[in-house]
Design a protein around this ligand. Structure first.
Ligand code: BGC
Ligand code: NOJ
Length: 813
């Protein structure tokens, strides 16, 4: 039992029944270009496209309490002042419920017979969010509550907002027009956009100065105006502009009133900037407010949001004997994949939105769980990412979503980055059949005018790894590979340096076995792609590269019972029985096995068994063992963390999914499900006080067995775990995978499963799949019928023009 909430599977909602959750439990609003973060107490903020460069509302990270600032509504009911979402006042509520749904959050609070419901969402395709508020008098007496909204405006550049107060305190400007508050700081200079916060009905007052509404020495828990019961109609001039409205209601017993607020990002487009001196032209903003002031407009938009999500999720639905797998796969995992696709690692409760933008390796991997939902957006993203690669193969490690330009501060030289582009591109072509993407024009960051195409990038990527190799013939690691903290060229003794950026990689000799495994996978993908294109010579060339790397791995990376992780700059093995700590790492087991190493010599099985013996726990497999007890200058950040945390032997959920896939490859469906459930948030509800994070989305990390807080999850939402778990369940356990010529079906399920059903849309055709497992095995497709006709092999050939295809599969040894 989880005392804080429960899944409402039929409504696709998570219901939080107490506001004092073990950590703020977050949801995202928006799925296109306008986004909001919204916690179960209505905390969070809003931005358009880019959490750093187009922030609309203000949020202070690492605040006290953790989550403070957001979409606040204050109620003054005859002098009793409270918030329906509990915070910031934290007055005791008679009833509270928060429902996080797909793209919306609904919070209901009740006190002294007055119920206030707030529904927050972003209408599909719009650059605005709506707050629909309903106030119900459930008491037996008439009530005259006063309702106040409050949120703080932020500079569009959120980094500047936080650190350049001598400027920000002097530039704040607003205009008020009826129920609409226009935040126009910096509009006078180089911007043609502004933020609008308006009510859909006439208001009884407003405030735009935080000092007037909250006070100088007061906090959000005891703001002046809501307690005084009267707005001051303040006009912000510098300092901190806010948006606050006042609405006075008069409610008979049983009576309710509903009204809405629009928070919008508005671009002027072709409109003139000003109507007259200092008076901005508000035409575009007014059109938006008018649209949502019409009766029914807000509800229509909300209904449309539901339809959008039903359609998106209908691309993949399954019914298996495992309830956790079902609800996560069918709803929450796909929903989280939308968030990681949109946010990469930029904006969450753990990522401030002013640091990382889109990660090169991260966003490529995020695509693997998104592709089947909206392939056209995946296509655009693949080309954007590729364009941040340099002509020699180096990739910018991150780029800003607004500018699509690489982030020079962190630069490149993470020698795994380029290979992930091959995985996302091949998966995209398999999903869509759109092999034409390979010829899409795509230049390089250092040669913006180059007339190159996407295929050129894939070739450059393969060549880059082949070229950048070290003394054993293994790929060089650069600043780090997937494991950002394995910094073998860093040698940092200066506390203020970034582990990742310090150190010279130019003459580096440190090698990565994980990249070697990833290269096997990527070059095999390239060979299959060339086969599909009918290009035998290039397929052969790719296979030659594959064989060469496989030979290097089997010759230099096998340690006796598992694959080594790396060789450091001095040529000493990392992740070997020779090391006193950090003897075995998870990533090289996952990637060597997935790349096809150890298939004919028993090593794949042995490597996986070593993971089970040394790394697996009831909360997932730890990243390595034993943890490092002291800092090692030659290994970098991995040794900086306390034991059991993050890359130093924490349970990094992302790489657990590669092991799941490894078990599927080896045909052990029992292990695959056991590993899956060990990190599955829905399966953590009965230990939620330990787990602490949201039970509906995967976390990046769960503290490992060496940590004092073993089992505590951190860094939820924005993690590669989302996409890779989708892959490991949908393609690994259920075995349903897009392939060039059709839909491939090769399940690897627990022996006890009698079968499962699934429905998968693929290139416009809906495949209704039924898998039967009469003899209780894990893997082995024996009989396949498609619309009643027997088919050989397990790839259901794609036939355009069909609407529904029925596939029946029987597993047999
Ligand atoms: C974290 C990594 C993360 C990196 C990003 C490190 O401190 O441990 O998980 O990828 O920072 O900069
Ligand atoms: C999180 C980063 O976003 C990702 O790129 C990296 O692979 C993992 N941490 C592991 O270090």
């Amino acid at each position: 039992m989880n005392p804080f909430g429960r899944f409402d599977d039929s409504k696709r909602e998570y219901v939080i029944t107490r506001p004092d959750t073990p950590l703020p439990w977050l949801n995202y609003l928006g799925q296109d270009e306008f986004f909001g973060l919204c916690t179960n107490t209505a905390g969070g903020y809003t931005f358009w496209k880019d959490a750093k460069l187009r922030r609309l509302t203000r949020y202070r990270y690492n605040n006290v309490p953790y989550d403070l600032g957001g979409r606040y509504i204050y109620i003054n009911d005859g002098g009793s002042v409270w918030n329906p979402g509990w915070k910031p006042i934290k007055a005791k509520l008679d009833a509270y419920e928060c429902r996080h749904g797909l793209g919306y959050t609904r919070i209901i609070g009740q006190k002294d017979g007055l119920e206030v419901e707030m529904l927050f969402f972003v209408p599909p395709g719009e650059n605005l969010e709506l707050w629909k508020v309903t106030v119900r008098n459930k008491s037996k007496v008439a009530k005259q509550p006063k309702i106040f909204t409050f949120q703080e405006f932020c500079l569009f550049d959120a980094a500047n907002d936080m650190n350049n107060l001598q400027r920000t305190y002097s530039i704040g400007e607003v205009e008020v027009d009826g129920s609409a508050i226009y935040h126009k700081t910096e509009y006078r200079e180089r911007r043609d956009h502004y933020t609008l916060f308006a009510c859909t009905r006439p208001v009884d007052g407003f405030d735009t100065s935080r000092d007037a509404f909250v006070g100088i020495h007061e906090g959000l828990h005891d703001p002046k105006v809501p307690f005084a019961g009267q707005c001051t109609n303040s006009k912000a001039f510098g300092w901190n502009p806010i948006g606050a409205h006042q609405i006075n209601l008069n409610l008979a017993p049983g009576q309710e009133e509903t009204f809405s607020f629009v928070l919008a990002y508005v671009e002027q487009g072709k409109e003139p900037k000003y109507d007259s001196l200092y008076v901005m032209n508000k035409k575009v903003g007014k059109t938006i407010v008018d649209k949502y002031s019409k009766p029914g407009a807000v509800d229509t938009a909300f209904t449309k949001l539901g339809t959008v999500w039903t359609d998106l999720l209908s691309n993949f639905q399954a019914s298996s004997p495992d309830p956790h797998a079902n609800r996560m796969l069918n709803v929450w995992n796909q929903y989280q994949c939308m968030a990681t696709f949109n946010m990469s690692r930029s904006a969450s409760m753990y990522e401030t939105g002013i640091g990382r933008g889109m990660g090169y390796r991260d966003s490529n991997q995020d695509l693997l769980g998104f592709m089947h939902m909206i392939p056209s957006r995946a296509r655009e993203r693949i080309l954007d990412i590729a364009a941040t690669q340099l002509s020699d193969g180096t990739c910018y490690h991150q780029y800003q979503p607004l500018t699509k330009k690489g982030n020079a501060e962190i630069g490149g030289d993470f020698y795994d980055d380029h290979l992930w582009l091959i995985l996302s591109t091949c998966q995209y072509i398999k999903e869509t059949g759109d092999v034409g993407i390979l010829q899409a024009p795509c230049s390089y960051a250092d040669q913006p005018d180059a007339k190159t195409d996407l295929l050129h990038h894939l070739e450059v990527s393969i060549a880059y790894t082949m070229k950048k190799r070290g003394p054993h013939g293994l790929p060089l690691i650069g600043h780090a590979d997937w494991n950002d903290c394995l910094n073998l060229n860093c040698f940092s003794t200066e506390p203020n340096e970034s582990f990742q950026c310090a150190g010279d990689v130019k003459d580096s000799k440190a090698e990565s076995v994980m990249i070697a495994g990833l290269f096997l996978y990527a070059s095999r993908e390239m060979a299959a792609l060339y086969d599909f294109m009918g290009n035998a010579a290039d397929a052969f060339r790719m296979r030659k590269g594959y064989d060469e790397m496989l030979n290097v791995i089997e010759t230099h990376a096998w340690d006796g019972e598992w694959y080594r992780r790396a060789y450091d700059a001095a040529g000493t093995p990392v992740g070997s029985k020779e090391n006193p700590e950090g003897k075995i790492f998870i990533e090289s087991q996952g990637w060597c096995v997935l790349g096809g190493a150890g298939q004919n010599n028993g090593r794949a099985k042995q490597a996986m068994e070593s993971v089970h013996k040394h790394l697996f726990t009831k909360n997932g497999a730890v990243l390595q063992q034993p943890p490092y007890s002291t800092y090692h200058v030659e290994l970098g950040e991995v040794t900086s963390y306390p034991p059991g945390v993050k890359e130093n032997a924490g349970i990094f959920c992302h790489n657990n999914t590669w092991i799941n896939l490894g078990w599927c490859l080896l045909g052990d469906g029992d292990r695959a499900l056991e590993y899956y459930l060990s990190i599955c948030p829905s399966a953590k509800e009965d230990q939620i006080e330990t787990y602490r994070s949201e039970p509906y989305v995967y976390a990046q990390m769960i503290a490992g067995k060496d940590a004092v807080c073993f089992g505590e999850a951190k860094n939820s939402w924005l993690t590669g775990t989302a996409a890779w778990t989708f892959v490991s369940v949908a393609e690994g356990i259920l075995g349903i995978k897009a392939d060039y010529k059709g839909l491939s079906i090769n399940p690897c399920i627990p022996k006890a499963w009698k079968g499962f059903t699934a429905s998968r849309k693929f290139r416009g055709v809906e495949y209704q799949i039924e898998v039967k497992n009469p003899s209780g095995i894990c893997k082995g497709v024996k009989k396949v019928t498609v619309d009643g006709k027997t088919v050989t092999g397990n790839v259901i050939p794609f036939e355009a023009g069909k609407k529904v295809v029925k596939v029946a599969i029987t597993l047999e040894a």
